[in-house]
Design a protein around this ligand. Structure first.
Ligand SMILES: *Cc1c(COP(=O)(O)O)cnc(C)c1O
Length: 363
């Protein structure tokens, strides 16, 4: 580890790759010798358009996004998508199917219900959100305008191990916390969205990947900054975009490509997560995992200790040892180690040692 950086397990905003931060620092005062920072130039300038194109082509090539999908950059976080999805696609006489596997899914469905008829066709809430539906077990409503699900529930650490398919019904996915962590077959989706601050860049920007035929279903007269088609038509710039965010995304994509792309990072993520789960499973129940084994997230690893006092002690001692951001989400408590793409493997080795040391002292 270098330059006084500590191991950052924050769930989001989360750790960014060190080479990306260094590059941004280098270019902060003068981008490519133009004498201005990326934050000070027009979003219509040639320099910025190049950055925007680089961010898009980076995502397109990493995720193998077919050309009949548009890549949009929006503000308002993933949370705005909870509203934009139904505003754009849930007509007054139709309904949509929602699958709830955690707190973000709950928020998505609550917003969608403000727009129209929603059927929650699966929820794991009675089980405190530990798992996802068996593949092929769901009954979709034949006339649903779309199906919505959350591929990785960041708070509970519950991750689908398959991609949902619903025949001809459009599938819409909140992939905020596992996008770019493993391959997604884009053609399974009508729309995928993600806030950037977990795996793609800084907060304040989100990505929407939408199949172009969906854009034709959007009601006429929708407010333009809430309308996907106005972003698609105007190259994500019906108004001033988050230029800094788009710049950072372009650098993260470049970094990921240099690492070896999605298949490389997927393997790294599998190895990283397995080490922490192994530390949990071999602790003689000192650490207890939250998610069901099959649903264990590779991005957010959630576990508990015997008491909340002991969890406090764990977080305090971890911090003193250079591991930050481990406290579970305020809604559910416990411990959460978020280990997105940028989290270094050396940090995992050191943390697993700490876990074992702490268990032996306090077990
Ligand atoms: C973080 C997160 C959100 C919310 O993102 P904001 O950018 O804060 O709106 C939504 N869904 C998932 C799965 C998340 O991890």
């Amino acid at each position: 580890m270098s330059q006084n950086r500590i191991y950052n397990f924050s769930a989001g905003p989360a750790a960014l790759p060190l080479p990306v931060l260094e590059r941004a620092r280098e270019e902060l005062l003068s981008l490519n010798g133009i004498g201005m920072s990326v934050m000070e130039i027009s979003h219509r300038s040639k320099e910025f358009i190049e950055i925007l194109e680089k961010a898009k082509s980076g995502l397109r090539s990493l995720m193998q996004i077919p050309e009949y999908y548009s890549i949009l950059f929006l503000q308002g976080g993933a949370s705005l998508q909870f509203s934009m999805v139904p505003l754009n696609f849930l007509g007054p006489d139709s309904s949509a199917d929602y699958i709830t596997t955690g707190q973000w899914g709950l928020k998505a469905i609550a917003e969608a219900r403000k727009c129209g008829n929603i059927n929650e066709i699966y929820t794991d809430s009675a089980n405190n959100f530990r798992t996802f539906p068996e593949e092929g077990s769901l009954n979709f409503n034949a006339d649903a305008a779309y199906i919505h699900y959350t591929s990785n529930e960041t708070i509970e650490g519950v991750e689908f191990d398959y991609e949902l398919k619903a025949g001809n019904t459009p599938v819409i996915c909140d992939a905020s916390s596992n996008i770019l962590s493993k391959p997604f077959d884009i053609e399974n989706y009508a729309l995928i969205y993600a806030g950037a601050q977990k795996n793609i860049g800084p907060s304040g920007i989100s990505i929407v990947i939408v199949r172009n035929d969906m854009l034709e279903k959007i009601p006429v007269g929708l407010h333009s900054v809430l309308d996907y088609s106005s972003f698609a038509k105007n190259d994500s710039m019906p108004n001033t975009p988050n230029t800094w965010g788009i710049y950072m995304i372009s650098l993260v994509c470049e970094w990921l490509e240099e690492q070896g792309g999605i298949s490389f990072i997927e393997q790294a993520n599998i190895t990283k997560a397995a080490k922490i789960y192994e530390a949990i499973d071999s602790s003689d129940e000192f650490y207890k995992g939250h998610a069901a084994n099959r649903a264990r997230s590779k991005m957010n690893i959630t576990f508990r200790l015997a008491t909340s006092d002991l969890e406090d002690k764990f977080c305090d001692e971890a911090l003193a040892n250079g591991f930050s951001g481990l406290r579970g989400h305020r809604l559910i408590g416990g411990i959460r180690a978020s280990v997105y793409n940028a989290f270094p493997k050396e940090g995992i080795t050191a943390f697993v040692e700490f876990m074992s040391y702490f268990a032996s002292k306090n077990g």
